[in-house]
Design a protein around this ligand. Structure first.
Ligand SMILES: [Zn+2]
Length: 247
């Protein structure tokens, strides 16, 4: 118990970072257009039926090196060339706009999302294509069987996220890769730290408690109860429960 409580206060290093960019704000950048394309999207729920299909006329505004078009990571020629020159060869860069020389960053190394921990929210199952209308982030993006920071590299998730036409994989980079990208001053890239390891997951699961905040509240309540009992029992107060907080 003592070890568990002190461990919960530990700061875990991020396992990796979700790679993102500005999405156009109130006038968002569009990847596929407004309507489903026959042969590429389900006419009912607009889910892409072929994730290898590439948008050919993606338009973005601004002079950044990276953009988010409906969740698809669009990069400049400079960023693409930097990735290839830096040895990130397991990424494909299909052209999505000939005139502006824009490319989509599509990693081929796949990381498995831990569904049990992440609890993605799925809504409106489509009987026509067998996908869902929406795949939303639930408790976060936890990766399956990854407990150490990812090695230098660019990866994608095995699960898509987003709604209707905007479904896409998430792009993830290792902490070292992020440092290299920051050093290169690639304008427009945004990094979000992936949730660290969830140290209480197994115990919470055993106790049937889903929320980490709830579990922590319960631990604190039990600690208060122990202190109260210790006082009432007139147990030696010089040896109170501070032991619980010792590392
Ligand atoms: Zn469908």
């Amino acid at each position: 118990m003592a070890e568990d409580i002190s461990r919960s206060e530990e700061v875990h290093p991020p396992l990796g970072y979700l790679l993102d960019a500005h999405d156009g704000g109130l006038n968002p950048f569009n990847y596929w257009g407004d309507d489903p394309i026959p042969g590429i999207h389900c006419p009912e729920c607009c889910s892409p039926l072929d994730y290898d299909a590439v948008g050919k006329n993606v338009k973005v505004r601004g002079q950044n090196e990276a953009f988010d078009a409906d969740g698809h990571l669009i990069v400049s020629e400079r960023l693409r060339d930097w990735c290839l020159a830096s040895g990130y060869n397991d990424v494909r860069f299909p052209c999505v706009n000939e005139r502006r020389r824009l490319y989509e960053l599509r990693p081929t190394r796949v990381l498995q999302v831990d569904i049990e921990r992440s609890e993605p929210l799925l809504s409106d199952f489509c009987i026509k294509c067998g996908n869902f209308d929406s795949y939303l982030l639930g408790r976060g993006t936890f990766l399956y069987d990854i407990s150490k920071p990812l090695p230098d590299g660019i990866y994608r998730t095995d699960l898509v996220f987003g709604c209707r036409l905007g479904k896409h994989y998430l792009v993830i980079v290792g902490p070292v890769t992020r440092e290299k990208m920051l050093a290169e001053k690639l304008r427009g890239l945004q990094f979000r730290a992936l949730p660290a390891i969830d140290p209480h997951f197994e115990r919470r699961k055993a106790e049937g408690i889903k929320s980490d905040a709830w579990w922590r509240r319960k631990q604190r309540a039990m600690e208060r109860l122990r202190r109260m009992r210790a006082r009432k029992g007139i147990v030696d107060e010089s040896q109170p429960t501070t032991k619980l907080f010792r590392a």
